[in-house]
Design a protein around this ligand. Structure first.
Ligand SMILES: [Zn+2]
Length: 126
């Protein structure tokens, strides 16, 4: 394990829980929408999202709005970063990301400085 990460195992655990909770909330919301909009007999739907068949998961994924899909992708990426130990480290400059920033936005992959630079670039591109 590298020493550069400023996050303790406890912090990581907490972020993981936060991310998993957001993920669950998005999926649960999508499931509700799907139940409301479809003619499926809800008894046929799996109780646990984890047990969902891939077909079911696919149709549910289809129901997710673009914004939710985007967020879900970011959450998955953040969770993967927790697994591989890169969570809390800026993707660009590899400096630790400020803890307060992570708490406000656990899916972030950039430190505030790199984020500002990115936004400046995006603006100048149009
Ligand atoms: Zn950075």
């Amino acid at each position: 394990m590298s020493e550069r990460g400023a996050l303790s195992a406890k912090d990581l655990k907490r972020f993981k829980k936060t991310l998993e909770d957001s993920r669950k909330a998005i999926l649960e919301n999508a499931r509700k929408t799907m139940e409301e909009e479809s003619n499926f007999d809800t008894d046929d739907l799996p109780d646990e999202i984890d047990q969902a068949s891939s077909e079911y998961a696919q149709s549910m994924n289809f129901r997710l709005r673009d914004r939710e899909k985007f967020l879900l992708k970011k959450i998955d990426k953040a969770l993967a970063r927790i697994e591989d130990g890169s969570f809390g480290t800026c993707e660009r400059c590899e400096e630790p990301i400020n803890l307060k920033r992570l708490e406000a936005r656990p899916v972030t992959t950039l430190c505030i400085r790199c984020k500002e630079e990115q936004e400046k670039k995006e603006k100048s591109y149009g």
